[in-house]
Design a protein around this ligand. Structure first.
Ligand SMILES: CC(C)(COP(=O)([O-])OP(=O)([O-])OC[C@H]1O[C@@H](n2cnc3c(N)ncnc32)[C@H](O)[C@@H]1OP(=O)([O-])[O-])[C@@H](O)C(=O)NCCC(=O)NCCSC(=O)C[C@@](C)(O)CC(=O)[O-]
Length: 286
């Protein structure tokens, strides 16, 4: 078996957004530039959210202005509303992401509104993106477990994934935001989501809080998913999800899926360099 597995690199955004001390723009740019040489097709480099909510991402425009864009790489950013979308366009972002939650508790904590209200807010973003021919990705957070509401029923995740698809997202990334998903729970969730969205329009986004991320990658591979979000060096966490730790490390996922016979198209030597840089960014505060 040698089919392609794509790793969508989220380190510069999901990885760094939770860092408590401001990281200098030069360091963020150096990380993105290194990742640009590693062979990713897509790198989430920025987030145009309220700086009051996520101060670390306030420098996103500057980061986008200073990175050396590699041909063929799509540089992505989160955009929770039209204000974020316009800022992302001004910064030259190639694709945007809207992000909903499968649980009401996390939706309130992360976006200050209900799931239904968040979907209403995303509609004009999706419409504006369509008008400009900008691809839109969708995230669903807390797909199996929520730090506020507990276990999330699979149908609830499927409902939100379907709603994002209906808004026109080309891919729905399913987030085990706090990394508490067991392989059984992830499998049940995927079975339900696959009734609504085909595997080739889904991505797995696993945090490694409980050390089960690779098992969950295996479950998702068996269900036909071929895209996984990961953060180089295992950076990460979500400021509005208590207990959320790092995203699964990119180099770990790459080694794992390559050992299973999949091709990632990544340069593992450059990836190691990027992981070392990511670790120094995190260790800067230890
Ligand atoms: C959605 C809001 C804005 C609502 O926040 P709000 O306070 O309800 O909204 P508001 O409209 O009243 O705005 C408050 C202030 O923010 C400003 N503002 C408003 N929007 C923007 C914007 N786009 N860019 C810059 N500024 C903005 C706005 O202008 C105003 O400024 P003020 O008048 O007070 O000076 C807020 O809740 C927010 O920014 N939330 C984002 C939280 C976030 O980024 N969380 C982390 C990302 S999600 C995640 O990590 C999960 C994921 C995707 O990785 C998958 C997984 O693992 O599950």
């Amino acid at each position: 078996m040698s089919d392609r597995v794509e790793i969508f690199e989220v380190g510069p955004r999901d990885g760094l957004q939770n860092e408590p001390e401001p990281i200098p723009v030069e360091a963020k740019v150096a990380l993105v530039d290194l990742l640009s040489r590693a062979g990713f097709r897509r790198i989430e480099a920025a987030s145009f959210v309220s700086p009051k909510w996520v101060p670390q991402m306030a420098s996103s425009g500057e980061v986008m202005a200073r990175i050396a864009r590699a041909p063929g790489v799509s540089y992505a950013a989160l955009t929770p509303n039209l204000k974020g979308f316009e800022a992302a366009m001004a910064a030259g972002v190639d694709e945007v992401a809207i992000f909903a939650s499968a649980s009401e508790g996390f939706s309130r904590a992360n976006l200050n509104c209900s799931i239904a209200e968040s979907l209403e807010r995303f509609a004009p973003v999706a419409e504006a993106a369509r008008a400009r021919d900008v691809p839109v990705r969708g995230y669903v957070s807390c797909v199996v477990e929520c730090p506020f509401d507990g276990a999330v029923p699979p149908e609830q995740t499927a409902h939100v994934a379907a709603a994002l698809r209906a808004l026109g997202v080309y891919e729905v990334s399913l987030g085990d935001t706090i990394g508490q998903g067991t392989p059984e729970a992830v499998d049940a969730m995927l079975a339900s989501v696959l009734d609504e969205v085909p595997a080739n329009a889904l991505a797995g986004h696993f945090h490694d809080t409980s050390g089960r991320a690779l098992e969950n990658v295996d479950v998702a591979l068996a269900r036909g998913l071929r895209v996984f979000d990961a953060a180089v060096g295992g950076l990460g966490g979500c400021p509005y999800a208590p207990g959320a730790r790092g995203n699964v490390a990119t180099e770990k996922v790459a080694a794992h899926v390559e050992a299973l016979g999949h091709d990632t198209g990544l340069d593992r030597a450059v990836l190691s360099e990027a992981a070392a840089l990511a670790r120094t960014m995190r260790e800067g505060r230890q």
